[in-house]
Design a protein around this ligand. Structure first.
Ligand SMILES: Cc1cc2nc3c(=O)[nH]c(=O)nc-3n(C[C@H](O)[C@H](O)[C@H](O)COP(=O)(O)OP(=O)(O)OC[C@H]3O[C@@H](n4cnc5c(N)ncnc54)[C@H](O)[C@@H]3O)c2cc1C
Length: 491
């Protein structure tokens, strides 16, 4: 390790990693400091009993040529090393009276399924698709420069529920269309319209993808690339402090080491970066007030299961299955927040159905996910925590067995994680799985941009302006790298 680097990056989540690859490729000296033993953050999969478990990645958007995810990974020179997998259906959505498979990259077919079920809403369905298409085209064409045109205005200024309500009146149809709200952590009544409809349109029209060997496969390729470019990685070291002088980050302190940085990129949680690393005294009160108004997203409860049976025999069409017990996303969100496990929406993801690298032989690897509030997991006694964890897992597994009865008698390996597990591994505040929440109150103007007032501090993570989800984090990293390279500064 040297005493001085052009760029020091805190955390090796996907945002930190992509920044490391692109900046080292451009000739900058780069140091990445990661508190865990390996790279990846939420994308760092793990293997137990021969099952390679995936902690976060379900579906990725923007993976075709010309689209953002693909193009930035191409700039990282790894597109020939990874393989995108397109599941047969985008997802299967289950409600008390409906069981729908949403087609991949075929909006007309999806429209005709919806119109077949709700013929009275044909006009509204057509209008919704046509409006979201215009919004999607405008944002895609703007390349990050946002003038809020009349087409975009409602998507930026209104909630997802308000925009949807303009076109669709039937409550069941609304619930079916917005069922993937769980991917964004807020119900339609709170979620900003653009944060739902932009990725929704992309997924429905252009497809949802997985990556062979999962998030960790992607992470390992990026890590190898950054190392090959000369970037230095330090693992098992938490950054403790950043020394700031005259509005510049000067030194980064971790363990007994202290290095100088030309630029600091935080790939870590916003709150800990500001309060623990930088220190509130270095930020203007207006910025601190903005940060105080930001709420973390919801967290997650996840069960990782290795099964001694091959689910492809009977469920070959399925990959991602979303299950909703009623048609009211608000009550479902509240059930998730309060851990009403019998009512909360949940998903089952059959990874081994589409990627045989995650297990061997006639076995299956699946996960069961339920959004979960954080506060009631902060339990003092280990015994109580374990008891609650087992109880919640048992209820969720029983619910999953109603969809896939084979789960029950074939559990070979089971790992359970709660919001405090997500917090412990990534240091994200309250185990937030999607950075800050994307309610109207977190509109771009009150969300800090990729940098705060400190001149050489940048954010390349789910907490930056673009928001969370791999495609958005890649956007943030891309913006940060462009800005740093444009500064042409000598360090
Ligand atoms: C359950 C779940 C499901 C998801 N599903 C999808 C999906 O299907 N599609 C999709 O696109 N996105 C999905 N996401 C979101 C996506 O995974 C995240 O938005 C993205 O991975 C976040 O990346 P990041 O770069 O912000 O960093 P993170 O993954 O949050 O990583 C931050 C890293 O910084 C390190 N760190 C923190 N503080 C310090 C410190 N002081 N010193 C050193 N290191 C530090 C941490 O250890 C960690 O490695 C999901 C997330 C979860 C949790």
């Amino acid at each position: 390790m040297k005493d001085k680097y052009d760029v020091v990056i805190v955390g090796s989540g996907i945002g930190g990693l992509v920044s490391a690859v692109l900046l080292s490729e451009a000739g900058r000296s780069v140091l990445v400091i990661e508190k865990e033993p390996g790279p990846g953050g939420y994308l760092a999969g793990f293997t137990i009993d021969g099952f390679a478990f995936e902690p976060s990645l379900h579906l990725l958007n923007g993976c075709s040529e010309g689209r953002y995810t693909y193009e930035i990974l191409k700039q990282c020179k790894i597109t020939d090393k990874i393989r995108f997998i397109k599941p047969k259906y985008l997802y299967r959505g289950i409600f008390p009276d409906f069981d729908i498979r949403v087609p991949q990259s075929d909006p007309d077919k999806y429209k005709s399924i919806l119109i077949g079920l709700f013929p009275d809403s044909e006009h509204g369905i057509e209008e919704l698709f046509s409006s979201t298409l215009k919004m999607f085209r405008e944002i895609t064409a703007s390349d990050g420069v946002r003038t809020i045109s009349p087409i975009l205005m409602p998507y930026f200024r209104r909630t997802c529920g308000e925009v949807l309500g303009q076109y669709i009146k039937d409550e069941k149809l609304k619930a079916i269309i917005v069922q993937p709200w769980t991917y964004f952590g807020l119900p339609p009544s709170l979620l900003r319209a653009v944060d739902f409809f932009y990725p929704w349109y992309d997924y429905v029209c252009n497809g949802g993808y997985y990556v062979k060997r999962g998030g960790l496969g992607l992470v390992n390729e990026l890590y190898d690339r950054a190392e090959a470019n000369g970037a230095t990685f330090v693992f098992n070291q938490k950054v403790d402090k950043v020394e700031v002088h005259d509005n510049y980050c000067k030194h980064v302190i971790f363990g007994s080491a202290k290095v100088s940085c030309g630029v600091l990129i935080s790939g870590a949680d916003l709150f800990s970066t500001v309060t623990d690393l930088i220190g509130a005294k270095h930020l203007p009160q207006t910025t601190l007030n903005k940060i105080k108004s930001i709420m973390p997203s919801i967290s997650n409860f996840e069960i990782f299961l290795g099964l001694s049976t091959d689910l492809r025999n009977k469920y070959s069409d399925d990959y991602e299955i979303l299950i909703s017990s009623d048609y009211d996303p608000d009550s479902q969100y509240n059930a998730s927040l309060s851990d009403d496990v019998k009512a909360a929406p949940f998903s089952i993801t059959l990874y081994s159905n589409i990627d045989n690298s995650c297990t061997s032989g006639n076995k299956s690897m699946i996960t069961i996910n339920m959004l979960s509030g954080y506060d009631h997991w902060k339990i003092k006694s280990d015994e109580e925590y374990r008891g609650k964890k087992d109880e919640v897992a048992d209820i969720l597994i029983k619910r999953a067995c109603k969809i896939i009865p084979e789960i029950e008698d074939n559990i070979q390996t089971k790992v359970v994680s709660t919001p405090t597990t997500f917090e412990r591994y990534t240091n994200n505040y309250k185990g937030a799985i999607y950075g800050n929440n994307r309610s109207i109150g977190s509109l771009a103007e009150v969300r800090p941009g990729n940098s705060l007032k400190i001149k050489n501090l940048h954010f390349a993570s789910a907490w930056a302006r673009q928001g969370s989800g791999v495609e958005k984090v890649l956007h943030s990293a891309g913006e940060v790298v462009k800005r740093i390279l444009n500064e042409q500064q000598e360090y």
